[in-house]
Design a protein around this ligand. Structure first.
Ligand SMILES: *Cc1c(COP(=O)(O)O)cnc(C)c1O
Length: 414
């Protein structure tokens, strides 16, 4: 039977290669850190989500080891049968304290948290109103619910409707969607958004979103994967950065980025919503418990971040310096404050090929960065997405900026 599918897949894979859409992975031969080994060569890593440099932090590694000794390697159970330990409850409480929420439920990944959160809460009588650039896991989570769905133009808060010149489809602002959902008599409404959008590093307008939610009687759900641990003065996230702590009903986030970088995630928010999730969320009820080692290291991570803002402050300094010096050097950078720093290639000829060539040249210079092209980003928005980290020291930044300038001159971009 497989013969026919094998042939089909080989053709499709070949077609991906021809369209340059085939994904190949570079192999790292060291722990995740500012300096990594790729192909036997030491390079500086500027494309990890290791925002706070905690992925290989000695204290987290120690905490993970200790938790294996203390509570074992695995639970071999879902939470509600025999997979809940004291440490899972402790982590849920510490995450709630950190995010400023009432309660938290753990998942093995934020992808699961987003996959879980909509279906138990929103049915055919309800409305989910979602930013056009939301993460794939939010999109999939929404698909699993039977709610009515409105997609609003990215970060557009207005009561407008216009035609997209590219597709001929309607584009609506958030307020327009809320009005339509009300006109259709929807029972519950929720606005779902990424806190930080991962391709441009731009930040959701949460203050305005919360105002509109109040005006039109909707809930607010924010995915904080690219924010938890470092956005806001004390690193609590976009809700702190935008001064709306306490006004967000549902937060989902990951432990796989700034908060240690292993895996795991959660839904955090209103008490009854979390209680409902413990009873209804399918990736919680039918998937194994988060491993004790990850629980131990994530607890340590939250302890470190609560004791001091040193790491997020260093990340902020690195981000400010890198963005400033790269802009001064003449690169086209989307302005902002987030450590995701997109260096845009759209204004140059053959921008896709140029971005790929640039990234390859950077690797030769000892700097690991990645080029993003269509379909990951829209055509003409080709870029190298740099991600700063608190693991980067001054001399790492010196080296990276010097390499960017050198390669930029060679390729006649600056
Ligand atoms: C990374 C990411 C996720 C998935 O997180 P995992 O814990 O790795 O599953 C979900 N949402 C957003 C916005 C992300 O950036």
């Amino acid at each position: 039977m497989y013969g026919q599918m094998k042939e089909f897949l080989n053709q499709e894979l070949q077609s991906l290669r021809e369209q340059k859409l085939y994904k190949s992975e570079r192999i790292i031969e060291s722990p995740q850190a500012a300096e990594i080994v790729v192909g036997g060569k030491k390079v500086l890593n500027f494309c990890a989500n290791n925002y706070l440099g905690l992925s290989s932090h000695p204290e987290l590694i120690k905490a993970a080891h200790e938790m294996i000794d203390y509570r074992g390697y695995g639970l071999s159970s879902v939470r509600f049968i025999c997979g809940t330990q004291d440490i899972h409850k402790e982590l849920e409480q510490k995450v709630s304290e950190f995010l400023g929420t009432e309660d938290t439920i753990l998942f093995c990944a934020a992808f699961d948290a987003n996959g879980a959160v909509f279906e138990p809460l929103f049915g055919p009588d309800d409305a989910i109103i979602t930013d056009a650039l939301n993460h794939a896991s939010i999109i999939d989570g929404i698909r699993l619910s039977k709610a009515k769905r409105w997609v609003y133009k990215h970060s557009d808060m207005r009561n407008i409707e216009e035609l997209d010149p590219a597709t001929g489809k309607d584009l609506k602002g958030l307020e327009r969607c809320l009005i339509e959902a009300n006109e259709q008599g929807c029972r519950f409404k929720v606005i779902a958004t990424d806190g930080v959008f991962s391709m441009d590093g731009d930040i959701a307008r949460l203050d305005e979103i919360c105002d509109l939610a109040e005006k039109y009687d909707a809930l607010v759900m924010v995915d904080e994967c690219h924010a938890s641990g470092f956005m806001g003065k004390t690193g609590r996230g976009t809700h702190e950065h935008k001064n709306v702590m306490g006004r967000i009903d549902i937060i989902t986030t990951t432990f796989g980025k700034a908060l240690g970088g292993a895996s795991g995630g959660c839904i955090s928010g209103r008490k009854e919503i979390i209680e409902w999730m413990r009873n209804k969320a399918r990736p919680y009820l039918f998937s194994n418990t988060l491993a004790p080692a990850i629980v131990g290291a994530t607890l340590k991570c939250l302890e470190i971040l609560t004791a001091s803002t040193e790491l997020r402050d260093k990340l902020e300094r690195n981000t400010t310096r890198f963005r400033k010096e790269m802009t001064e050097a003449g690169f086209d950078i989307i302005p902002g404050v987030h450590p995701i720093t997109p260096i845009m290639f759209g204004k140059y000829e053959n921008c896709s090929a140029l971005a790929v060539e640039f990234a390859n040249r950077m690797l030769e210079e000892g700097i690991y960065v990645i080029a993003f092209s269509f379909p990951v980003v829209p055509r003409g928005k080709d870029r190298i997405r740099v991600q700063l980290s608190a693991a980067h020291d001054e001399q790492h930044l010196d080296k990276a900026i010097a390499a960017f300038i050198k390669v930029g001159k060679e390729l006649k971009m600056i």
